[in-house]
Design a protein around this ligand. Structure first.
Ligand code: SF4
Length: 354
């Protein structure tokens, strides 16, 4: 690790920065362009076959090329969803999922190895956070997935393991990299970032003026319930969160989407749906409202159950009757199912031998 600390993280660089780095190593500019071309294809250093051996050797000694390795990959025979378990350069594991939609491929990536937010229904947080992911490791999840699938990914969701806004600086740098015209050139409007509600960071993000979609994991209709399943609510309650959302919408003009995980007998009652509707109308006055309902993926360690179809439908219809556009998230890759964070959790347990 000490050796790695002294190396320059080239996957987190844009083309101008990479060019400067390559010139500092004593190689001509055009080598940086060649290298960058390979990096964008997710190709390992040894396979960059138009680079001279001395350049590759110099990179091995001076650069950290933190491309994730595919530890395991599952392909759904039902709908082509592909799930990746990636191994990072220091042995950490993270997950990404590529889903096929009519408009193209969409990837959901992880932002941290683990998570310290402690949401009670989530497997990603069972052992807390091991570390933040580097900008290049965020990018690398997309590059390797594209290489493996052989197709371009056209939209991105930051909703995998980790809280993106708890890794703020790296995520912001990544957003610049992934939208860079010299790089993957992904449209900001095709990017969605999901947060459990780090209010201070929502205000900061609004100032960055990215045209991305912000998605709020709300998951409850009052503070008592929300604090019982999401510890973050003890620091930033629903009032402060929805005020931040209203301000975000006013500053950026971008609509916010709300995520609501339905847990049987915890937050899925009809009265709750009415309260949720009135809460959203109260704070988000001028914004078209949309709630994405997600029946919880049971996590063995937590003992939460999925709401029945009837309860999900009743909750949804109540929201709609009260002026909220509500949809139930379509379940993709049901035959390769494992809720987010469970594969990493299993791998981690194997490694520590518990
Ligand atoms: S739901 Fe998101 S923020 Fe909450 S513990 Fe899981 S990964 Fe972290």
């Amino acid at each position: 690790m000490n050796e790695l600390r002294n190396k320059s993280d080239i996957l987190s660089m844009n083309l101008q920065e990479l060019t400067r780095f390559v010139e500092e190593l004593g190689f001509p500019k055009f080598r940086a362009k060649q290298l960058y071309g390979w990096m964008l294809k997710g190709i390992p250093l040894e396979q960059m076959n138009n680079l001279p051996a001395c350049f590759v050797e110099s990179l091995k000694s001076n650069a950290l090329y933190a491309l994730p390795a595919v530890e395991q990959k599952w392909v759904s025979s039902l709908d082509g969803t592909v799930k990746f378990l990636y191994r990072l350069h220091d042995g950490q594991f993270v997950e990404s999922v590529v889903m096929q939609y009519e408009h193209g491929l969409s990837i959901c990536i992880s932002s941290q190895a683990g998570c310290r937010m402690g949401c009670r229904f989530c497997a990603s947080t069972l052992h807390g956070k091991d570390r933040d992911l580097l900008p290049g490791e965020l990018l690398g999840q997309i590059l390797v997935a594209q290489r493996e699938i052989g197709k371009r990914i056209s939209s991105l969701v930051m909703m995998g393991i980790g809280e993106p806004l708890d890794n703020y600086d790296n995520v912001i740098r990544f957003l610049h990299l992934v939208t860079d015209k010299d790089g993957l050139n992904l449209g900001a409007r095709h990017i969605s970032l999901s947060t459990c509600g780090l209010v201070d960071k929502i205000y900061m993000l609004a100032k960055e003026q990215f045209q991305i979609t912000l998605s709020i994991s709300l998951h409850a209709y009052d503070d008592e319930k929300r604090s019982s399943i999401m510890p973050v609510n003890n620091k930033w309650n629903i009032d402060s969160l929805l005020r931040a959302c209203a301000s975000y919408f006013q500053t950026t003009g971008r609509r916010i989407s709300f995520e609501y995980t339905l847990i049987d007998g915890v937050n899925d009652d009809e009265e709750g749906a009415k309260k949720l509707a009135s809460l959203l109308h109260q704070y988000m006055k001028d914004m078209p409202l949309h709630v994405n309902l997600i029946p919880v993926n049971p996590v063995a360690e937590r003992g939460f159950d999925r709401s029945s179809k009837e309860r999900v439908e009743r909750f949804k219809q109540t929201l709609i009757r009260h002026g909220i556009n509500a949809t139930v998230r379509r379940k993709l890759g049901a035959d390769i199912d494992a809720s987010c964070g469970q594969l990493r959790h299993k791998k981690r347990e194997e490694r520590v031998g518990t």
